[in-house]
Design a protein around this ligand. Structure first.
Ligand code: HEC
Ligand code: HEC
Length: 459
């Protein structure tokens, strides 16, 4: 068995299918994208709900406890249930799982009308040296409020269809969104307000991404495109709020947050209006004069409970591949490399020591991302700089688990704001540094384009 595997890895790209077309080889371990932490037990609509398979019993217990806090609805303070009061006064949802449904991803509303479920609008105004949250509306739009508190605004989306065609004549159409904010509750919105729409991503494999060594990400960087492949890529600059240290950003669509803990505490404050020791203030600005009696304690979520939600958020397992050795999948995998998708969607990393959850260390993982920022062209720009990222720059989205989105969440919406209605549309939106790869994909035969999609569906 081992000899066979070595042989397969050794003869990479050598195999041919029945019609003589090259296939990629099966690589050791690629069917377990999360290494020993992979979920091999449960597929179907609950495929994202499993704990990392190698958690020790104590951590597994904390996982399930964290899971219940991730799912529970927070309520207005004061309430008899002190562990879950402190919602709002301004908020986007009542629970984490309200947006991260079944630990999967959210989609924009079909009719474009708010309140949005799992689609956040981040806000800022230009400033020196860096853009700043809007002085009145804060860092994100909250479109729900406690009774007696004014809602910030009513968001909606309109779509413009733009038809296009492949070189072989096959037609497609992309729907470009425009975002609107009506009925502002706290005075007119500034003319220079910047709005960045983001859907809630899946919760799988996040601790493994956190455990990729900084040095590995630094080695993948090529900010000035020294190798001349048209793809640069740089790390997002973030600050670890706990230590004050400058570190690499990893989480969120522009990689603004460096750790799962910071992303989770930020979500409590920003999305639910629940304060923590990490983020003692929610997103209610002085100009909004939110009622002080809505506080559910100081902080509203205690450290030991936040810790469980953080452990949970780190330890949700990545599902195993289903058809990694299928011939069409291997054809698609070969083409994925051939057209240069792997210039950003780096297939494989080995995690380093991870003190926060040692089980996630030393794993060979297959997330298909370099976690770096790339210029994706004007079509995907939100025109809102954030950290070192320009409007056109986004973090390479991990592709693991992607094929199960329709099964788990009942939709097939992709990209940072869910604008793509299929994996194919997601590829067609690629521009900027990814333009050459997109063009090469478009130039493939219909059967080969399909093989790439079949490969993605197996991740
Ligand atoms: C209103 C919807 C919403 C709610 C509620 C919400 N999230 Fe999120 N979550 C998002 C969005 C949107 C992102 C992407 C953020 C970005 O790009 O800035 C995200 C990203 C994350 C990430 C990083 C994922 C990645 O791939 O980078 C983690 C971890 C996370 N959320 C945890 C939580 C936790 C824990 C809670 C509950 C305290 C929560 N979220 C509540 C919408 C939500
Ligand atoms: C220059 C870097 C780069 C290259 C090359 C590239 N991508 Fe991407 N890809 C990204 C980034 C960045 C995103 C996130 C963009 C966004 O959400 O606006 C992304 C998103 C995606 C998504 C959607 C993921 C999600 O979670 O919604 C898919 C699917 C995808 N890429 C497939 C491909 C394929 C297939 C190719 C080759 C034809 C490719 N990519 C080439 C950088 C790249």
């Amino acid at each position: 068995m081992l000899a066979l595997l070595l042989l397969a890895v050794g003869c990479k790209d050598a195999a041919l299918d029945d019609s003589g077309l090259p296939l990629a080889a099966v690589e050791a371990g690629e069917w377990l994208p999360g290494g020993d932490a992979t979920n091999t037990l449960l597929m179907g609509s609950n495929a994202y709900l499993m704990p990392a398979a190698n958690l020790d019993p104590e951590h597994e217990q904390m996982f399930y406890s964290g899971n219940s806090f991730f799912n529970q609805s927070w309520v207005e303070a004061p309430a008899s249930t002190a562990n879950r009061d402190g919602l709002g006064p301004l908020f986007n949802a009542r629970s984490c799982s309200g947006c991260h449904l079944k630990d999967g991803r959210a989609a924009p509303p079909e009719d474009g009308v708010g309140p949005f479920v799992g689609l956040l609008l981040r806000l800022s105004v230009p400033g020196e040296p860096a853009p700043a949250p809007d002085p009145v509306y804060g860092g994100q739009l909250q479109d729900i409020a406690l009774p007696g508190v004014t809602v910030e605004a009513v968001p909606s989306i309109t779509w413009a269809e733009a038809p296009g065609a492949y070189p072989d004549g096959a037609a497609y159409s992309l729907a470009a969104p425009t975002y609107h904010l009506d009925e502002p509750g706290y005075g007119p919105l500034p003319d220079d307000l910047r709005v960045s729409p983001r859907v809630a991503p899946a919760m799988i494999g996040l601790g493994l991404l956190e455990a990729i060594p900084e040095a590995r990400l630094a080695a993948l960087e090529d900010p000035d495109d020294a190798d001349g492949d048209g793809i640069s890529g740089r790390r997002q600059a973030a600050v670890d709020v706990l230590t004050g240290e400058a570190v690499t950003g990893r989480f969120g669509w522009k990689a603004e947050q460096p750790t799962v803990a910071q992303q989770a505490a930020g979500a409590f404050a920003g999305d639910l209006g629940v304060t923590s020791t990490l983020f003692p203030a929610d997103d209610c600005t002085p100009a909004q004069a939110c009622p002080p009696e809505s506080s559910g304690g100081d902080p509203e979520i205690e450290d030991h409970l936040l810790e469980r939600v953080v452990l949970y958020s780190r330890a949700v397992a990545v599902p195993a591949r289903r058809a990694w050795d299928d011939e069409t999948v291997l054809r698609g995998k070969w083409l994925f490399g051939e057209v240069g998708c792997d210039g950003c969607h780096t297939p494989n990393h080995t995690t380093g020591d991870f003190a926060a959850l040692p089980e996630l260390g030393g794993q060979s993982i297959w997330p298909y991302t370099d976690l770096l920022l790339h210029d994706m062209g004007e079509g995907l720009s939100d025109e809102r700089p954030s950290g070192v990222a320009e409007g056109r720059e986004w973090r390479t989205a991990p592709l693991w688990g992607l094929g199960l989105v329709p099964t788990v969440n009942g939709h097939s919406r992709y990209l940072h704001d869910g604008r793509a209605r299929s994996l194919e549309e997601a590829i067609l939106w690629h521009g900027g540094e990814a333009e050459a790869a997109r063009d090469d994909f478009m130039a493939l035969s219909a059967a080969d384009r399909d093989a790439v999609l079949v490969f993605l569906e197996d991740l």
